[in-house]
Design a protein around this ligand. Structure first.
Ligand code: ADP
Ligand code: MG
Length: 685
């Protein structure tokens, strides 16, 4: 049997099961064999029934001695099954399993049956109960050895396909398939043993050690395949035809001399790294990570100037029109005096722009724009450098599109969303990474405090002392959808409230539905200090830079994610004054207080990112879809980071020695990469 064989060709799988499998995306033998268990149950030996509650779910086995169905509140029903421990000498109490409003359970469980349950025991009155446990009825048929008296696999559930049915099908398939098709995917130096053994052992392990070893093998193989894809992209990019795009640096020196501040050590270091890349003839593919306010723009300008001086065009892309315009304004201020020609392209909304500019100066040295730069008719005559700001909003595919031209331009992508280090090697694994890990000096401290909504009075008087001291204030509202009329109305109503609260200080309202030109005027008045306070949605999240604004109040902070709160907080602490961020919430839940406490604890974006990742569910892959990587079937980017590092090192060393995978012994890896590319295809588009 081939691994790619369609399950439909196996006559022993009944059609309804085939359809259920198809719903899970399982079509081939390989799909089924790599439909990995989400956990295992030790069904050799069960613990005694507990007498106490537990937060850890446990697996128990017992005989049903009683069932009952009770109604409450009219149409609602509780089905209860009382279990007794099977071993005769048990001193333990019976266990009551309860299901609410699940009438099908009642049809599946009857007195006298033996069942295995998995759940958290809870004390309810004097009874030990399990509410909505996972369960399986043990049937004494010839198949019992597949399901019982072993470590049994428990699969991701699906409707119309019981654990028992799925387990039987996989068991039979494992018996029918020989070892050869299950070719080991990773090099022997990385994984132990053979893939065929690991696949067998992950489904039906002999013992826990075998299960763990099998999992490690499979996770390493999966990670290795992923890192091979990443390494191949990296290798493709760097072996493409490029050019050197680096001037002598005279223009850059002029710019640096005119700056009103000294570069930080980190900025200088990163500029040097970029300069090396620009001077090399292979294309640059570099990610610049730096917290909000760390001064990435200056670094980008440095890169732009080096390219322009060498006679090339530079494109500077931002994810939104506002940001593109802001960048344009900043770049204009610095580059015009140096005689650099500039153009702004923001696509469809051009007419709304506050800047009255010529649309398409194809001879401009620097073209600033949004995604529109990807698609529209701008034909760069001589593109040497592409700077992409806020990379997390761009996908790999978009990036590829921009850089597909020949000869390849140098690419610098910048992100202010620090990413946990262990994720960087995957999501941005095909890029070289530079980090600005130092803030400009003379930055005031930011103090962050979480307050309950009921303390608004105290908070208000604090805000007033700050306004009296001449500082400015942001009040931020979490409007989920800027296009919602309702939300805009809510913000407008709040705005009226704030005008009263802060009287006689002047407020203005800012949100996404205000036309761009007006928005810009509002920002301008705030910048000049004519307005003391901005009541705003998250439109000010990125890029805004007013150093006298040192106070931020975030309303309904529980509705923001940690990363976004950190971004918002980056709007303050930009001048020499001490800054204050107050996060208000009326949400008393533990999750919210744990989340917001992270902000109180640290201002370091990397720490925030790590904590954010830690707090979110393990399923969250933080943009892996955008990164154009295959979906993981068994590995976990967070908890298996150690294995990812090993897989990455192995993949890198293969490509270091053989960048085009030409050696005969690397042909199987070449096939692996091609196959991975096929898998990601649907992800990328
Ligand atoms: P971000 O990394 O968030 O894009 P910016 O590039 O917008 O940050 O820089 C934030 C502010 O810090 C800007 O006003 C910029 O002029 C200023 N800045 C940048 N580098 C330095 C420095 N080395 N010393 C002092 N101020 C700096
Ligand atoms: Mg920036």
């Amino acid at each position: 049997m081939e691994i790619s064989q369609s399950l439909a060709e196996l006559d022993w799988i009944p059609r309804p099961r085939l359809l259920a499998l198809r719903r899970l995306g399982i079509e081939t033998a390989e799909d089924l064999l790599t439909h990995f268990p989400r956990r295992h149950e030790d069904r050799y030996q069960f613990p005694h029934f507990p007498r106490e509650e537990s937060d850890v779910p446990i697996c128990l086995c017992g005989e049903v001695i009683k069932t009952s169905l009770r109604r409450f509140g009219g149409w609602k029903k509780i089905f209860e099954a009382t279990l007794e421990e099977s071993s005769p000498n048990a001193l333990s109490e019976p266990l009551v399993c309860r299901w609410f409003n699940l009438h099908y359970v009642q049809k599946m469980i009857a007195t006298g049956e033996r069942i295995v349950v998995f759940g958290k025991p809870r004390l309810r009155g004097k009874r030990i109960c399990m509410d909505h446990p996972e369960f399986e009825v043990i049937e004494n048929d010839e198949e019992i050895s597949i399901h019982f008296r072993r470590i049994a696999p428990i699969y991701p559930a699906t409707e119309g396909l019981s654990q028992r049915a799925l387990r039987s099908i996989i068991y039979r398939l494992l018996n029918e398939i020989s070892d050869e098709p299950l070719e080991t995917l990773a090099p022997g130096g990385l994984v132990h043993g053979k893939r065929c053994d690991a696949i067998r052992a992950i489904h039906f392990p002999e013992n826990w050690e075998a299960r763990d070893a099998a999992r490690e093998h499979l996770v390493l193989s999966e990670f290795f395949a992923m890192q091979m894809l990443i390494a191949s992209r990296r290798s493709d990019a760097s072996t493409r035809v490029g050019q050197a795009h680096c001037g002598s640096g005279a223009l850059l020196d002029k710019f640096l001399k005119a700056l009103p501040f000294e570069l930080t050590g980190a900025q200088s270091k990163v500029i040097a790294e970029i300069r090396c890349d620009l001077a090399a003839s292979h294309p640059m593919n570099r990610l610049l990570q730096g917290d909000v306010g760390s001064g990435k723009t200056v670094v980008a300008i440095a890169a732009v100037l080096l390219a322009v001086e060498a006679g090339y065009q530079a494109a500077f892309m931002a994810p939104t029109q506002i940001l593109a315009e802001q960048h344009y304004a900043v770049l204009w201020r610095w580059l015009k005096p140096l005689g650099v020609r500039m153009a702004l392209r923001t696509g469809a909304r051009q007419e709304e722009s506050f800047l009255s500019l010529v649309a398409g100066d194809e001879n401009a040295d620097v073209i600033v724009g949004t995604h529109a730069l990807l698609y529209d008719t701008v034909s760069f005559s001589n593109l040497g450098l592409v700077v992409i700001d806020e990379q997390h909003k761009f996908g790999v595919a978009q990036r590829a599109r921009l850089t597909a031209r020949e000869p390849a331009p140098d690419v610098l992508v910048m992100t202010a969303t620090p990413i946990p280090r262990t994720l960087t090697m995957t999501i941005y694994g095909d890029l070289d990474v530079s980090v600005i890990d130092e803030m400009p000096r003379n930055r005031g401290k930011i103090v962050t405090a979480m307050r309950d909504e009921s303390k608004l009075g105290e908070v208000l008087s604090f805000l007033r002392t700050q306004l009296e001291a001449g500082r400015q204030l942001y009040v931020i509202y979490p409007l989920i959808d800027e296009s919602e009329k309702l939300d805009v109305k809510a913000a407008s109503a709040e705005y009226e409230l704030w005008r009263e609260r802060l009287h006689p200080y002047r407020c203005e309202l800012l949100h996404g539905r205000i036309p761009a030109a007006e928005k810009q005027e509002i920002m301008e008045r705030f910048r000049r200090g004519e307005t003391n306070s901005l009541i705003s949605t998250t439109v000010i999240e990125v890029g805004v830079d007013v150093s006298n604004a040192t106070v931020m109040l975030v309303e309904n902070a529980e509705r923001f994610g940690l990363a976004q709160l950190h971004q918002l907080r980056g709007r303050i602490g930009r001048g020499e004054h001490k800054s204050y961020c107050v996060v208000l919430t009326s949400d008393q839940s533990k999750e919210t207080s744990v989340k917001l406490a992270v902000l109180e604890r640290t201002n370091d974006g990397f720490e925030v990112a790590e904590a954010d990742w830690e707090l979110r569910g393990p399923g969250d892959l933080l943009g892996t879809a955008q990164s154009g990587l295959p979906v993981l079937k068994i590995g976990n980017l967070k908890t298996d980071a150690r294995l990812m590092r090993r897989a990455r090192a192995a993949a890198m060393s293969i490509f270091d020695a053989d960048p085009r995978l030409e050696l005969p012994e690397n042909q199987r890896f070449r096939r692996l990469v091609v196959e991975q590319q096929g898998r990601t295809f649907s992800n990328v588009s």
